[in-house]
Structure formats: structure tokens, C-alpha cells
Design a protein. Structure first.
Length: 300
């Protein structure tokens, strides 16, 4: 019997018997495999990023745009071997990387799949694309498998994480994770064609009313290093929000987004990826559709 401690919830559930805090049992479940052209520019050179969206999530964000898969578990069960074959197929399709979205709660099965994919010729850099709610002990298991870490820092305080994501310690855990990754993999590195090959990118989604406490997030990151590559996102949409906070029932304003960008600039960050104010309509997926993001080519 293995009691699950993969994420900071450490629910210690035997997932061969029942579902854990992530909503998943012990099986590997994939919601979608696509060539994604909507990620940060260094991640989408060539044909695009080979994205694998896993069902389930350690968080329960009340505004999650991927709720179909993160909350409701939409997807299909696959074996590590089947996943390995799909990863090689993404490489053969011209993708610049393998982008594993919300993989933490199925880490052992994915690592097995990556080992098999390498045996079958996979050479692309692998991205661990995470909510930021991570344990350094588990991140260390990815050391020989992932080269790029695309990490959310959702909130700059624990209270907001409690209200919006139903965890008491988000801010504490995400700071540990980012500090660990900065020491482990360092800044974003790109090849001569501008394609990411290793390092850390941190995402922050600006919420209406500055609810995400973005200044605390930016100040924390700047204390580590202004060389951290930032992706400041404007794509929040109220369409998925299920709570009762009035300010969360609208999109962010251009002024709210601009003040966060200005603060990042004041703090001296060298690399900042931006979104335009039309991002909510472009980045809202439907995982029941053949092409969840519209501009993505569905492979499975």
C-alpha cells in the first residue's frame, strides 16, 4: 500500500482504493494531447509546444478555466507505454518540447513514460507545467527528466489561496518551490533560434481588484533574482468563477494589468512576457471539443 504524499496536501490516501485530494485514483488519466501554439514565445517555436493535459489537480481553484478536467476529471485512462508513444509522436510532428500540464499527482507514472519515450528516441526538452503548489522533495524527482519549469505563482498570501483554491498554505509552499527551482535550474536559457532549452519561467495571472496580491508576488521574485523570466497574464475570465466575491465576477481592466506591468518594470525584471486584453477569449478551452484551444491540432 502506497499512501500518497505527492503534493503539499499530503492526503496520505491509498489511491488504489479511492481518490485522493487531487480527485484522481492511481491510474494515469489524460484529457488532451495537442500541439499548443498559445504558450510563451520561447515555448512555441517550430510547430509549437507538445502539450499533454492531465486530469485532476491538487488545487480546487474556484475560477479554473480547465475545470472540465481539473475538477470533473474529464479524460481517458492511458498506460505509461501509451503515453510514451504519444510523446514520440509529438516529437515527430515537429514540436519544440514536451509540455506536461498539471503532472504532479501522477509523477511516478509520467516518469516511467518519459523513461520509455527516451528509449524510443525522445530527445526534446520536457516542461513541468505546474500550479506552483509543489513539494521540493517531489520536484527533485524530476531532475533527470524535466529541463524547463513553467510555474504559476497564483497568490501573494495564504488567505487568498484558502478562499480561491481551498488550501491553507499556498503562499508558503509556492515560495519554497520557486526558491528550490531557482537554485536547481536557474534562469531561462534559449538556443540560437530562440527556443527554450532549460530554466525557470514564472507565471502570474492578474485577478480583478488585484485579488492575487501581485505586488507581493513580484517583490518576492525580485528578492530571489530579477533574472527570473516572468509571464504576466491578463486572461482571467469570470465565466468559470463559482464563488461569491463581487470583484471576481468581471474581467480585469487595462489599468489593473498596466499597474502590475509597471511594478515589474520598476523592480528590474529583464524578461517579461505579456498578453493583450483579448486573451480571455483566445485562451479559454473546451476539452469536449476536437480542438480544445481552436488553434491546436488534436493528436489523441
Amino acid at each position: 500500500m502506497v499512501l500518497c504524499e505527492l503534493c503539499p496536501r499530503q492526503c496520505r490516501v491509498d489511491r488504489t482504493v479511492r481518490t485522493g485530494g487531487c480527485g484522481m485514483d492511481a491510474h494515469l488519466k489524460v484529457a488532451s494531447i495537442v500541439i499548443h501554439r498559445g504558450e510563451e514565445p520561447p515555448l512555441v517555436t517550430g510547430a509549437g509546444s507538445g502539450a499533454v493535459f492531465f486530469s485532476g489537480c491538487p488545487l480546487a481553484c474556484s475560477f479554473c478555466q480547465n475545470k472540465q478536467i481539473s475538477h470533473y476529471g474529464l479524460g481517458r485512462q492511458v498506460s505509461p507505454l501509451e503515453l510514451a508513444c504519444s510523446l514520440v509522436e509529438l516529437q515527430e510532428s515537429g514540436c519544440s518540447n514536451i509540455n506536461l500540464v498539471s503532472p504532479t499527482h501522477v509523477t511516478p507514472e509520467i516518469l516511467e513514460a518519459l523513461d520509455e519515450a527516451r528509449n524510443r528516441g525522445l530527445t526534446l526538452p520536457v516542461i513541468l507545467n505546474s500550479s506552483g503548489y509543489e513539494r521540493p522533495e517531489i520536484l527533485s524527482r524530476w531532475k533527470d527528466h524535466a529541463r524547463i519549469y513553467l510555474m504559476d505563482v497564483k497568490y501573494g498570501d495564504n488567505q487568498t489561496g484558502r478562499v480561491l483554491s481551498r488550501v491553507d498554505d499556498y503562499w508558503d509552499r509556492v515560495r519554497e518551490a520557486i526558491a528550490f527551482l531557482w537554485e536547481t535550474v536557474g534562469p531561462l536559457r534559449m538556443d540560437a533560434q530562440g527556443s527554450a532549452i532549460s530554466g525557470l519561467i514564472v507565471r502570474h495571472l492578474v485577478l480583478p481588484g488585484m485579488r492575487s496580491n501581485p505586488f507581493a508576488v513580484l517583490e518576492f521574485l525580485s528578492e530571489i533574482s530579477a533574472d527570473i523570466a516572468l509571464s504576466i497574464m491578463s486572461q482571467y475570465t469570470p465565466d468559470f468563477y463559482t464563488g461569491d466575491l463581487p470583484e471576481m465576477k468581471r474581467c480585469i481592466s487595462p489599468e489593473e494589468y498596466r499597474v502590475v506591468l509597471d511594478r515589474a518594470d520598476e523592480l528590474g525584471f529583464e524578461t517579461i512576457f505579456l498578453q493583450d486584453m483579448g486573451a480571455p477569449s483566445f485562451y479559454t478551452p473546451d476539452f469536449t471539443a476536437p480542438k480544445p484551444f481552436g488553434d491546436c491540432m488534436r493528436l489523441l
